[in-house]
Ligand binder design. Structure first.
Ligand code: ADP
Ligand code: MG
Length: 315
């Protein structure tokens, strides 16, 4: 069996911050990402891909709200499912076009991820999602929908935003099915946007919840489920840095998990961005993964050969 790599794509792989999110823009970005992925596939790696969906869910949330008098708005959990299909389609088509000569099969799996209904984040949500609101709108949504809405952008006329829980992923519901697909040689796109968060209810049945799971954390769980050798996290910086944003900022080329923990404790990786990536790398290697890599989209193929990025190894 060939080596297996779990690739986690950041939001900018699909929509750059300054873009509005047209299909053309998104297809162009996806093509860049897929070019790198196709290159890695041709080197003989089995490939599983996950991706973020923040900007796409944000746009869909605006559509739901503005069309609510015409069609019933769908809850956040359904928007998550919708974006898995949307982004999966774009990647599936791109990869297929790039790899058709080699007879690759590419599929997207709509993926549910189990979380604990007692996760402390449900009582204290902090992950911002969707549009920004003025105070009156925020007040109305709070009472009508029971949303938690907090002030996130002081000194603007739309300073309020919904926050939702970001619970820890406990397991990938479709994990075994995904593994079977990868084992049979398919490239699988799965757990997009961190997965569709579900809880096990009082009757032991799955039920969707309005929450957002961190895609790097969920990607790590999926990496274990599919038996990946390498976890490759692609974002908008070429490596993790020490003293990030300070005058003496410096890239980390290689770190052991104990070094990674120490740097984490020293506060080098910001929570909500680099923090969860490093945390995912540590957990992956600790659970027996060979190595985990953090780098930019453009450097992906080089970083797989150790020529770029930050590599996390055991020790
Ligand atoms: P993604 O969409 O890929 O998950 P994030 O914005 O969540 O992207 O994470 C990448 C960001 O992490 C970088 O753009 C950078 O601003 C931030 N960051 C925080 N700490 C560090 C660090 N120590 N080294 C490099 N980047 C860092
Ligand atoms: Mg992120």
């Amino acid at each position: 069996m060939g080596k297996r790599v779990m690739i986690a794509l950041g939001g900018n792989a699909i929509k750059q911050p300054e873009e509005s999110g047209t299909l053309e823009e998104q297809m162009r970005n996806v093509a860049t990402a897929c070019g790198q992925i196709a290159e890695i596939a041709r080197r003989g790696y089995d490939i599983v891909i996950t991706h973020g969906n923040g900007p796409q869910v944000g746009n869909l949330a605006i559509q739901q709200e503005n069309a609510q008098d015409i069609v019933p708005p769908q809850p956040l959990v359904v928007l998550g499912a919708m974006t898995q299909g949307q982004i999966g389609y774009m990647m599936q088509q791109n990869l297929r076009n790039l790899l058709s000569d080699d007879g690759w099969e590419v599929v997207t799996a709509v993926t549910q991820v189990l979380v604990d209904s007692n996760d402390p984040d449900f009582a204290d949500p902090h992950k911002p999602v969707g549009p920004f609101y003025a105070e009156e709108e925020a007040e109305r949504l709070r009472s009508e929908k029971g949303w938690t809405i907090v002030k996130v952008r002081p000194n603007s006329d739309r300073q309020w935003r919904r926050v939702v829980p970001s619970p820890i992923p406990l397991g990938i519901i479709e994990g075994r099915a995904i593994r079977k697909m990868v084992d049979s040689g398919m490239i699988v796109i799965a757990s997009g946007g961190g997965g569709i968060p579900v809880i096990s209810n009082e009757d032991g049945k799955l039920e969707g919840v309005d929450a957002v799971i961190d895609k790097d954390r969920a990607g790590e769980v999926l990496a274990e489920d599919v038996g990946a050798n390498v976890l490759l996290i692609l974002t908008d910086v070429d490596s993790a840095k020490l003293d990030y944003g300070k005058p003496d900022e410096r890239p980390i080329e290689r770190m052991t998990i104990s070094e990674a923990r120490r740097f984490s404790d020293e506060g080098h990786f910001l929570p909500g961005s680099m923090g969860p990536k490093v945390e995912a790398c540590i957990k992956f290697v600790e659970q027996g993964g060979e190595r985990a890599i953090i780098t930019s989209l453009e450097m992906a193929a080089d970083a797989m050969e150790g020529r770029a990025g930050t590599t996390v190894v055991s020790g």
